[in-house]
Write a protein that binds this ligand. Structure first.
Ligand SMILES: *Cc1c(COP(=O)(O)O)cnc(C)c1O
Length: 492
């Protein structure tokens, strides 16, 4: 069963947690008990079989056959290698490449599975309505969600992105998705305005009623949904097993895990894996110049009232890491009263401070650091020079923070860094890291081809021929026009 971080609901089933996404009175769903996993028996299993076993330990109210179908996504050709998450050695650490899915970023690992879990949860709850999924995106989530939900029966997917606020590659990726149930809308405003407007629509009783009359309900595909976190736990077990097979560590020996962090979903999944019995030493939380989390680990103060920076790792340009609430819930000893009071402070004043004991427990499990833009560019360049291996800016943040950690702590345990995007997805930034003057005026398409030429790597399938693919219609709306756009599109 699932409880709320703020103690404001009676325990719910996994179907209820996944169908609702977040607790409507505020708070996030967390599993009442975390199962202990006997991972030693996974040694010779393939990825899908491990995923099935781990998901089974949490989702006992969903039909077995749904889960069996869900985990097939990792082996049915949607991922560009037989191993959906290979561990490769680069210098003194392992990189877990999480970007072999259809959109070339790690979000595919969960968003390919979520449609199965979400539609099955609704069915289990006897809600036979069609589900209308709304997602605001600054680039990566939108495309991964579109790919996941494309042509899934009983679902319609609408993505809202800020007009002019996503890269040309990301925009082309989204509008060339196809599928009879996907809708794309450019919002005339920035990302915050776009996201706030979509949130407002969620709480519109009027629209909810109109949709209900057409037998439709709202849902969301964003990263606080338990159905997105759970599939992410799997690849940390997979990483550890690969490290053993490659002789980098021995059974039972702890390793460190580094995660470039934005909304705190990916690193939270690693923390849950540790609680479920995976031998993990330190978790290393790496931020870019938007270093709210690194400051928190110094001071115990989470302060969102600060300047916001646009960086070369845009998926980590976040001041409010939604999933951090779940980590604090554990670090405080599952104290829902404390969580409620901290998050009320946050809403009221933009900041909160935790007690010393909670901060100590945070630090026991995690080290947090950050990298600035120059360090990120340097890391990309050096890694390519020394190891002939190219990382994207998000992964480079992780590598730099790991180097700092290793130097400061002297901890030389085997370490795995989550590599969250293909360098091709951020081709212009990566090229300018390699040679700023030479490539500065390349457009996105030239940049992709050039990167392929320099590395000898193929452009990922999902980014190939993007320029020539047929594109679908994009409607343009003002933030305040989203509700009437949805009405005209789906209710009439
Ligand atoms: C979403 C994303 C992140 C941040 O992951 P969180 O789970 O939000 O912490 C990091 N890198 C890339 C490439 C992403 O798309």
């Amino acid at each position: 069963m699932y409880i709320s971080t703020r103690g404001n609901i009676t325990p719910q089933t996994s179907a209820q947690a996944i169908a609702s996404g977040m607790v409507s009175q505020g708070g996030l769903f967390v599993a009442q008990d975390l199962p202990l996993i006997n991972w030693q028996e996974y040694m010779d299993w393939d990825y899908s079989k491990i995923a099935l076993s781990i998901m089974n330990s949490y989702l006992n109210d969903l039909p077995q056959e749904v889960l069996e179908n869900a985990v097939k996504v990792y082996q049915d050709g949607r991922f560009d290698s037989d191993n959906p998450a290979p561990l490769v050695q680069v210098g003194d650490c392992g990189l877990l490449e999480l970007w072999h899915g259809p959109t070339a970023a790690f979000k595919d690992m969960a968003l390919q599975v979520l449609p199965y879990l979400l539609t099955s949860s609704l069915k289990t709850l006897d809600m036979n309505a069609d589900v209308l999924i709304l997602t605001a995106t600054s680039g990566d989530t939108g495309k991964a969600a579109l790919e996941g939900f494309k042509d899934v029966p009983g679902t319609k997917m609408v993505v809202f992105y800020p007009e002019g606020g996503v890269s040309p590659v990301q925009e082309r990726q989204m509008i060339t998705t196809g599928g009879g149930n996907t809708y794309i809308s450019a919002v005339q405003g920035n990302f915050d305005e776009c996201q706030t407007a979509v949130k407002d629509v969620f709480s519109s009783e009027d629209l909810r009623k109109k949709l209900a009359a057409k037998n439709m309900v709202f849902s969301s595909a964003n990263s606080i949904n338990w159905g997105r976190l759970l599939p992410q736990i799997v690849y940390y077990f997979w990483a550890y097993l690969q490290a053993i097979r490659q002789g980098k560590t021995v059974t039972g020996e702890p390793i460190n895990i580094v995660v470039p962090t934005g909304n705190f979903g990916n690193i939270l999944a690693a923390y849950y894996a540790k609680m479920m019995g995976l031998p993990i030493g330190k978790l290393i939380c790496a931020s870019n110049k938007n270093n709210v989390l690194a400051d928190f680990f110094q001071s115990g103060i989470y302060d969102t009232k600060r300047s916001f920076f646009l960086t070369s790792s845009p998926s980590m340009d976040i001041l409010l890491s939604s999933n951090f609430e779940r980590f604090l819930f554990e670090a405080s000893g599952r104290d829902a009263t404390k969580i409620t009071s901290w998050y009320n402070d946050l809403t009221r004043t933009g900041r909160f401070q935790v007690d010393e004991q909670t901060l100590d427990r945070c630090k026991e499990n995690m080290f947090a650091g950050w990298a600035d833009e120059n360090e990120v560019m340097d890391t990309i360049q050096k890694t390519f020079k020394e190891y002939n291996y190219l990382v994207d800016p998000h992964t480079a943040v992780g590598m730099k923070v790991y180097q700092d950690y290793k130097q400061k702590s002297g901890d030389d345990k085997y370490t795995i860094i989550a590599s969250t995007a293909s360098p091709f997805k951020f081709a212009n930034s990566v090229l300018s890291a390699l040679d700023k003057d030479k490539y500065s005026d390349y457009d996105s398409w030239e940049a992709l081809n050039t990167l392929s030429r320099i590395t000898g790597w193929e452009i990922p399938l999902g980014l190939r021929n993007l320029k020539d693919k047929p594109s679908q219609e994009v409607s343009r709306v003002k933030p305040e026009g989203i509700a009437s756009y949805l009405t005209s599109q789906f209710v009439k």
